[in-house]
Design a protein around this ligand. Structure first.
Ligand SMILES: Cc1cc2nc3c(=O)[nH]c(=O)nc-3n(C[C@H](O)[C@H](O)[C@H](O)COP(=O)(O)OP(=O)(O)OC[C@H]3O[C@@H](n4cnc5c(N)ncnc54)[C@H](O)[C@@H]3O)c2cc1C
Length: 238
């Protein structure tokens, strides 16, 4: 079913911050995905015009969510107008950004790049809660460091992340307001994170931010197999 073009119905087009919205869709029956996975979305009358979005919801949640930064293309102007009951077409893009719980994880998000990490962290949180209830333990208690860079203090999903932090004790969150504190540098990163030889580094955000962060990690002699990226092509600036 996942290779087909699916029709998904909007439940809500929720404003999260001054310039970000979350589209909440009814999840099609039997639709399965993994945290970090993306989908291509288009409008029913213009099926050629697909754009890619990471799911911001976790597979453990009832609804399907994507979160987008408002824009000015015809596509974004149409997204902004979507309302309850409207439909979109969805085609699965796949997952090249999956989380490996058996390793220390360094998540580095640039602005809207938080979307796959929100999905992963909510997934881990929900699994931990059910393990607590069932008194089971998957043994995946590895440290997670989230570095979340944003231009302003308005961090999308901050409330969710702070709530998740209450349960995932091995999660550290470092919020960085780049307008005040400047961009990420090697020095800052090394101060914030205690890297291990087995750490896996995940970077998600606009291409400029992703490329600059990869350069920092490479300058630290981190092997390429330990660097995973989700580059949000389409955002031209950092
Ligand atoms: C694997 C993958 C995952 C992705 N996941 C996401 C996701 O979860 N969320 C998401 O939002 N996008 C995601 N994207 C990017 C998405 O596919 C679009 O490319 C992106 O949202 C840009 O949309 P747009 O082309 O309609 O342009 P717009 O959003 O309209 O922007 C076009 C350009 O104009 C700039 N711009 C927009 N508004 C203004 C303004 N008012 N003034 C000045 N400049 C402006 C933008 O910064 C951008 O550079 C992902 C892309 C990939 C490849």
């Amino acid at each position: 079913m996942n290779n087909d073009l699916m029709t998904i119905t909007v439940k809500e087009n929720r404003q999260d911050t001054a310039d970000c919205h979350t589209l909440i869709f009814t999840r099609p029956d039997g639709f399965i995905f993994t945290p970090g996975e993306c989908a291509d979305l288009s409008f029913p009358d213009s099926e050629m015009n697909f754009k890619t979005f990471s799911f911001s919801s976790s597979p453990t949640e009832v609804d399907l969510m994507v979160t987008y930064r408002d824009g000015w293309t015809d596509y974004k102007l149409r997204l902004a107008k979507l309302d309850r009951g409207d439909e979109m077409k969805m085609r699965i893009y796949g997952n090249t950004f999956n989380y490996h719980p058996e390793h220390h994880a360094v998540f580095i998000a640039g602005g809207i790049g938080i979307t796959p990490f929100r999905s992963m962290l909510k997934f881990i949180w929900d699994n931990m809660r059910s393990e607590k209830k069932d008194k089971t333990n998957s043994g995946n208690n590895n440290q997670i460091d989230l570095i979340y860079l944003n231009n302003t203090e308005e961090f999308v999903f901050k409330e969710d992340l702070d709530e998740i932090k209450q349960i995932i004790s091995n999660l550290n969150i470092h919020y960085i307001v780049t307008q005040k504190e400047g961009r990420l540098t090697r020095e800052k990163l090394e101060k914030l994170v205690k890297f291990r030889s087995d750490s896996i580094n995940y970077i998600s955000g606009p291409p400029g931010m992703v490329d600059a962060t990869v350069e920092i990690l490479e300058s630290m002699k981190i092997e390429n197999i330990r660097i995973k990226t989700d580059s949000f092509d389409g955002y031209v600036e950092n």
